[in-house]
Design a protein around this ligand. Structure first.
Ligand code: SF4
Ligand code: SF4
Length: 345
């Protein structure tokens, strides 16, 4: 849904996608609305959420359903927030920083950054969703504002941050070095919150520490090498995940349609290729905690499902190093919050 694809999904396709999701899911059905900007189609979004809830109630009782939407926030208002809460819709907000850092990458159609339009909405958003996840996308342009941005957003009341680079940008060596510096700043801030006894979740470090302390550490919740997720374009074409859809133009990546079903052979071929680990990763000490298996990122940047881009390799190593340094200090200090989060059975 939304402008990125030039057209909105129609109701019949959205409903068919819901039925398809229920029919093919063996576990929880996670229904995510994405765009473009999904809130450009609020009525369709709420209708589809209602349709999914009714389908679960009448056709699939007992099968868990979760509803997600990621928005740039411009369409968030009190009415939508209440509608979302009523349906149990989990809302995430894309904010690439606070002020300038955000404005460098998130602009309005009429020009200029969008932060000034968003900031007044923060109290209403946090009143309804106090634990809302903030998605921070880092590029070489907004990178110098990363640490400062997260700190200021924390001061605004946000507590959960999903931070990750846009791997498709041109990351030169100075930017990669600066990235690690900004991660160190974030790591100090993260550590200080644990020491103060105040809650913070920062995906960069939380996932890496959990991947070390938990027997089944969570390094990514979104896919199991593309066996756990599908994405449906407004045309009804099915893709391995939402990151592949783009303009719905690359039909080599289409795994079927809602009308014809999944092409299982094509899907198996993709999974086989994705599962063939890149040789340089096999011997790497970071391997079990690294995001190198994301077929979408790999394919977009290197053209291969299993070859991680150089920038991903560098940023993952930087994140893991920072996470390990913080974890070692908090562990040695016997920090109760740290032990509760990462070692509680
Ligand atoms: S991408 Fe780099 S850090 Fe990750 S497993 Fe491969 S070699 Fe190691
Ligand atoms: S391909 Fe990457 S983004 Fe897509 S579901 Fe898998 S891990 Fe997530």
């Amino acid at each position: 849904m939304g402008r990125k694809y030039g057209r909105a999904m129609d109701r019949a396709t959205a409903e068919a996608a819901v039925r398809f999701g229920f029919a093919h899911s063996t576990r929880t059905v996670d229904l995510s609305f994405f765009g473009g900007e999904p809130l450009l189609e609020k009525d369709l979004l709420l209708h589809t959420a209602d349709y999914a809830l009714a389908w679960q109630r009448d056709q699939a009782p007992g099968k868990p359903l979760r509803l997600f939407v990621t928005t740039n926030g411009l369409g968030l208002d009190e009415a939508f927030l209440q509608e979302a809460r009523r349906r149990g819709l989990i809302v995430s907000l894309s904010l690439d920083g606070h002020g300038r850092g955000h404005d460098l990458t998130r602009t309005l159609p009429e020009g200029g950054g969008s932060f000034a339009a968003l900031e007044p909405k923060f109290p209403a958003i946090l009143a309804v969703f106090p634990w809302i996840e903030v998605l921070v996308t880092v590029t070489p342009r907004n990178l110098p504002f990363l640490g400062e941005g997260v700190e200021k957003l924390y001061a605004c009341g946000f507590r959960n941050f999903i931070v990750g680079p846009n791997y498709e940008e041109a990351w030169e060596e100075p930017a990669l070095q600066r990235l690690e510096e900004e991660y160190r700043r974030l790591a100090s801030f993260y550590e200080a919150r644990f020491r103060d006894g105040h809650y913070i979740y920062l995906s960069l470090f939380d996932t890496k520490i959990a991947a070390h302390t938990r027997t089944r550490g969570e390094i990514c919740s979104c896919c199991d090498k593309n066996d756990g997720e599908i994405a449906v374009a407004p045309s009804g074409n099915i893709y391995p995940c939402l990151r592949f859809v783009k303009e719905d133009a690359d039909h080599a990546l289409v795994l079927g349609t809602l009308a014809t079903g999944l092409d299982r052979k094509k899907r198996a071929k993709l999974m086989l290729e994705a599962g063939r680990e890149w040789p340089e990763c096999l011997e790497c000490a970071f391997r079990g905690r690294c995001f190198h298996y994301c077929t979408a990122v790999n394919f977009k940047v290197t053209g291969r499902f299993n070859q991680p881009p150089a920038v991903l390799c560098r940023q993952e190593q930087a994140a893991i190093r920072c996470a390990d340094e913080v974890a070692a200090r908090l562990h040695a200090a016997g920090n109760p919050l740290f032990h509760e989060r990462f070692y509680r059975k």
